[in-house]
Write a protein that binds this ligand. Structure first.
Ligand SMILES: Cc1ncc(COP(=O)(O)O)c(C=O)c1O
Length: 339
């Protein structure tokens, strides 16, 4: 199978498994796992922040961060297609008592003025805005990269309004590789970030919340309350450390493969937006097949495609798909679209 559904499907490499098997471990709820501590220090330093906290998933890392920056009965602003309001099953409301309001889905093309106009200050019997969240890269926004300049403008908007800025950076590594923006430059723009090791970087588990020492101290309590305190988690952190050392630069290969896929299917008029990173978004409005039909036909030929809606689908490149896999996907998908 050539599995292009998501970059979460990767399996740990032999080198990563070796790192996991030989990891030094301790009880991380006591703060005594040396490998977790090393990973947290490394990631904090990469983003130029004081501290970071290892969490079991990207969703939990996002939700811990949102609870840090938005008190109960206060408001978060984000894109209508953001992961935090699409795929986290109402967690911000359920666990944080957080009210979310969204700007129309624009992926990475966000307009800081639109966001600025939505902010509601304290004091006139409306839910006060406390934080803005953005997604870098934007998952449902076709892997789009928010330009650094837009993020800088958004930082000014947040500062002027006295609200926090959170980055769902599950794939911030891809933005860093695509645009050449240093991770610390991204880090400097946000109060909190969540970053994932288990997407493009290929670790089996793990994300981190990044922020100030004071915030991460509180984050440790929130993580425990949410049931995310893990014990000998160094086995997992070792996979993450290995991924950071070995798998960031190679994301350029995934981007090149996604571009090759996009180029091959573009003549069929199904590319939803230009490809910037490892996501190829498909808009099948004008195609003979809907998304389910395309996915079923591709599956029958050994290629897995993700269905996002009746006429929207997605292909994602990652470590476990090589050039031969892309060749096979191109032959399969162009054959189906031509029929
Ligand atoms: C942008 C984004 N944020 C957060 C997550 C959540 O990660 P997890 O599946 O580890 O909870 C994902 C998962 O794909 C994602 O794409």
């Amino acid at each position: 199978m050539v599995d292009l559904r998501s970059d979460t499907v990767t399996r740990p490499t032999a080198g990563m498994r070796e790192a996991m098997a030989t990891a030094e471990v301790g009880d991380d709820v006591y703060g005594e796992d040396p490998t977790v501590n090393a990973l947290e220090a490394e990631v904090a330093a990469l983003f130029g922040h004081e501290a970071a906290l290892f969490a079991p998933s990207g969703s939990m890392a996002n939700q811990i961060a949102l609870q840090l920056v938005v008190p109960p009965a206060n408001e978060l602003l984000c894109d209508a297609d953001a992961h935090v309001v699409t795929y986290e099953i109402g967690a911000a409301a359920a666990y944080g008592g957080i009210s979310s309001r969204t700007w129309p889905a624009v992926g990475a093309d966000l307009d800081p003025d639109v966001v600025a106009a939505m902010i509601r200050p304290d004091g006139y019997f409306a839910v006060p805005t406390r934080a803005i969240a953005v997604e870098q890269t934007h998952n449902r926004g076709g892997g789009g990269v928010i330009p650094l300049d837009t993020l800088r403008q958004l930082r000014r908007v947040a500062d002027d309004a006295g609200v926090a800025l959170h980055c769902d950076g599950a794939r911030i590594w891809h933005a860093h590789v695509a645009d050449g923006v240093p991770l610390a430059e991204y880090g400097a723009l946000f109060d909190t970030l969540s970053v994932c090791l288990s997407k493009g970087l290929g670790a089996p588990v793990g994300s981190l919340v990044v922020g100030s020492a004071e915030k991460i101290e509180r984050a440790r309590w929130i993580r425990k309350r949410m049931g995310g305190g893990m014990r000998q988690a160094g086995i997992l952190a070792a996979a993450g450390r290995y991924a950071l050392a070995q798998h960031i630069d190679r994301l350029a290969e995934d981007h090149a493969r996604a571009a090759r896929l996009a180029e091959a299917i573009a003549p069929f008029g199904v590319l939803a937006s230009p490809v910037r990173t490892n996501v190829v978004p498909l808009d099948l409005t004008k195609a003979p097949q809907d998304a389910h039909a395309l996915a079923a036909a591709a599956r029958a030929e050994g290629v897995l495609v993700s269905v996002l809606g009746p006429r929207t689908a997605r292909l994602v490149t990652h470590m476990d798909v090589d050039d031969a896999g892309i060749d096979r996907a191109v032959t399969t998908l162009t054959g189906i679209l031509r029929a």
